[in-house]
Design a protein around this ligand. Structure first.
Ligand code: AMP
Length: 210
């Protein structure tokens, strides 16, 4: 199974990626997590990406395309994967397609901006594995500690209101045209916002015919 999770930051891509990853035993490929790790370790990619990320802007396509090509060639991707937060531009989608990669479904999470802003301020992200929680909607068992790996949970530096507003603008300008791109290929599934993670998960499973 090869899936793309599409939607602005805070739309639920990460949460539903984790549910699907456990269900199908396939890895999540999150360019955001890969980039944050690179920034943390001061690698050449991290040094280049940092300023774009802090400003809520997209990291240049050539960097992203390189990261994705390398990650998808890893052995754990042989039986499928979930792309979380990539592609984010038509150029990225075209490069992935040019590599001969096609998807079973592209889940487009449609969540109103006000709800996104509310969710982001309560989001806490693991510094070690990248898993995300929410202080009220999806709290960890122990406050400040990741249920999965025991890492520290923090409010991401680019989860400030101003940066989130910028990321929403960038999403509508650069990423939402991908809806038509994948609809033309017959794989787009729109996931409308639901009040709970369980209700959204049910819609996701129905969209995947499960
Ligand atoms: P995310 O964790 O997916 O919200 O990504 C955090 C930040 O990483 C974004 O705001 C971008 O600056 C950068 N980023 C992640 N994925 C991509 C991508 N596919 N294309 C460009 N920039 C990306």
């Amino acid at each position: 199974m090869k899936l793309i999770m599409m939607g602005p930051s805070g739309a639920g891509k990460g949460t539903h990626s984790e549910i699907l990853s456990r269900k199908f035993s396939i890895p999540i490929v999150s360019t955001g997590n890969i980039l944050r790790e690179a920034v943390k370790n001061d690698t050449p990619i991290g040094l280049e990406a940092r300023s774009y990320m802090e400003a809520g802007q997209l990291v240049p396509d050539d960097i992203i395309i390189g990261i994705v090509a390398e990650r998808l060639a890893a052995p754990d991707c042989a039986n499928g994967y979930i792309l979380d937060g990539v592609p984010r531009t038509i150029a990225q989608a075209e490069a992935i397609e040019a590599a001969g990669i096609f998807f079973d479904a592209v889940l487009a999470f449609d969540v109103p901006d006000e709800i996104i802003l509310e969710r982001i301020t309560g989001r806490r992200t693991c510094t070690k594995c990248g898993r995300s929680f929410h202080v009220t909607a999806n709290p960890p068992k122990l406050e400040g500690i990741c249920d999965g790996c025991g890492g520290e949970l923090i409010l991401r530096s680019d989860d400030s209101i101003d940066t989130v507003k910028k990321r929403l603008e960038v999403f509508y300008a650069r990423t939402s045209p991908l809806g038509k791109f994948y609809d033309d290929r017959g794989v787009l599934k729109k996931i409308s916002n639901q009040p709970t993670i369980e209700a959204t998960s049910k819609i996701v499973m129905e969209a995947l015919g499960i």
